[in-house]
Write a protein of this length. Structure first.
Length: 254
DNA sequence: AGTATCCTGGAA
DNA sequence: TTCCAGGATACT
């Protein structure tokens, strides 16, 4: 289901906020407005309204934005629409949020203006290489740094590095041109694959229609601790890098 | 660059 | 009871 198609043209008739932290702004700004379309910047979903405001949605780790469905203990916000339809925002850990911004200022919004280039939009190979050359930070940290590259999270960073055969700890500027090129292609590939499979419903994520994504059935290395490497059968190791679970085949990834 | 912090709950 | 989770930020 295309969220945009469902939302477009629908009027917001009410907003019920169960957890203030999940919807910190004044809901009056969006009441009675009609949704005109959606945009996406990195991991932020933007729902534009016809009254000059936009809703910004970030699911973080456990957020779910659902069309319909049942209200549960983790329902934080209910956005009522016409004809009894509604959007439900569930979020177990309350890290996610729905914020309001001026539509014209969305790009200037503090969070969005700081986002880096997107692999599937404007990150060219040249820009990618330039970016890596500027830092000695571990390559996985750079891939996940939203201010440098936006949209790549822990799962896709792990998988892209495995696919490209690169150790996540490698200082970014140490990657030579052809290796950086392989990584660039790998990032594009895992992201496309993630989208094709509807995302990874590993823990909490589900699609707006309540169905699960299938990328978790195609993880390359993420979550495969102690399991055989899909390429060489060596045992996958897990450690923490920048505080995040990092999976690596010590044989394939150098 | 590493660590704590915001939260909750399922698994170890 | 401790550890860990698709994220991001504010601190040493």
């Amino acid at each position: 289901m295309q969220l945009e198609k469902f939302l477009r043209g629908k009027k917001i008739t009410g907003v019920e906020i169960k957890t203030a932290k999940s919807f910190p702004d004044d809901k009056k700004k969006v009441l009675g407005a009609r949704m005109t379309g959606t945009r996406r910047f990195g991991k932020v979903l933007v729902i534009d309204l016809d009254n000059g405001y936009s809703l910004l949605v970030h699911l973080k780790l456990t957020g779910q934005l659902l069309v319909g469905g049942t209200i549960g203990p983790h329902t934080r916000v209910i956005i009522n629409l016409e004809k009894g339809q509604r959007l439900i925002f569930n979020d177990l850990r309350i890290f996610g949020w729905i914020k309001i911004a001026d539509s014209g200022q969305v790009i200037a919004d503090r969070l969005i203006s700081k986002l880096g280039l997107e692999p599937l939009k404007d990150l060219t190979l040249t820009k990618f290489k330039d970016l890596l050359a500027k830092t000695a930070r571990p390559i996985k940290i750079v891939l996940m740094d939203q201010e440098k590259i936006s949209g790549v999270g822990n799962i896709y960073a792990n998988d892209a590095l495995w696919l490209a055969g690169i150790d996540p700890r490698t200082p970014a500027r140490q990657l030579d041109g052809s290796t950086a090129g392989q990584l660039y292609e790998a990032v594009l590939e895992v992201l496309k694959k993630g989208i094709r499979y509807g995302g990874a419903s590993d823990q909490h994520y589900i699609k707006p229609d309540g169905t699960k994504g299938k990328y978790q059935e195609h993880f390359l290395v993420y979550g495969r601790e102690k399991m055989p490497c899909l390429r060489c059968k060596a045992k996958i190791e897990k450690f923490f890098l920048g505080g995040r679970g990092t999976y690596v085949c010590e044989v394939c990834q150098k």
